[in-house]
Design a protein around this ligand. Structure first.
Ligand code: DC
Length: 229
């Protein structure tokens, strides 16, 4: 069967990664969570003290970009992809509220995007890849055979993230999460470099009222339609 490139973009916390991961597993494709890469750069910047009261020390971050190596490895037990930053498993460390609340300004930096997009395009060269993010269908893989743009209401997304954090023992107030979701939407959609937008040829999916199995089936149908015409 011919291998294709699948780009899944959309708002934060709308279940993109769950969908993308499941589809990749089912098809035997590589799954790349591009948001994890922006999060890893954010974690690196926090650890290095690049967030200062005057703003982000972009000069130091830019100088350090060649020293930031991000990779993904499958956890042999869970078969889930884990994010590594310079050889360290940072999968949990990049999902904290601290990183979530700092990642948007990092993802708005042109030199950060340029470096990460290049790596993402390299990862997708052989096709057979599902990548999720914000600019996958518009910038990273404009020629992807299947492009999906996922959204859901801010309240539903905040509720999902709340449950997700709670399950991990990192409970945070719902109102704070909702404010974070809305703020990230605003920054993601209004930044100058590669703002979040639906590619003209992407299929829109509003999953506010959909269950995970329903989404899975919907996505599989779209995939089948592309490969079997
Ligand atoms: O999908 P996520 O919530 O893990 O993404 C974290 C942040 O990274 C989010 O604020 C948007 C940004 N991002 C981006 O700008 N481009 C991507 N391709 C993926 C994520």
């Amino acid at each position: 069967m011919k291998k294709i490139t699948i780009a899944i973009d959309g708002h934060s916390s709308c279940g993109k990664s769950t969908m993308a991961k499941d589809l990749a597993r089912e098809l035997g494709y590589i799954y790349i969570d591009s948001g994890a890469m922006y999060r890893a750069v954010t974690l690196y910047s926090l650890r290095k003290g690049f967030f200062t009261p005057e703003g982000i020390d972009t000069q130091s971050l830019q100088a350090d970009m060649p020293n930031i190596h991000i990779s993904f490895r499958l956890n042999p037990e869970s078969q889930r992809p884990m994010t590594y930053l310079n050889g360290e498993n940072v999968e949990e460390a990049i999902r904290t509220m601290e990183v979530s609340s700092r990642v948007s300004p990092i993802a708005a930096l042109g030199f950060v995007r340029e470096a990460l997009v290049k790596q993402q395009q390299e990862m997708g060269k052989a096709k057979g890849i599902v990548m999720d993010g914000r600019d996958i269908g518009t910038v990273v893989f404009p020629d992807a055979e299947l492009k999906i743009f996922v959204t859901a209401s801010a309240e539903i997304r905040a509720r999902r993230r709340y449950e997700e954090l709670k399950a991990k023992g990192q409970e945070a107030p719902y109102e704070e999460i909702l404010a974070n979701v809305k703020e990230r939407d605003y920054i993601d959609q209004n930044r100058e470099v590669s703002p979040l937008r639906k590619a003209d040829d992407a299929i829109l999916l509003d999953n506010s009222e959909m269950s995970i199995p329903e989404q899975k089936q919907w996505l599989m149908e779209k995939y089948q339609a592309v490969v079997h015409g």
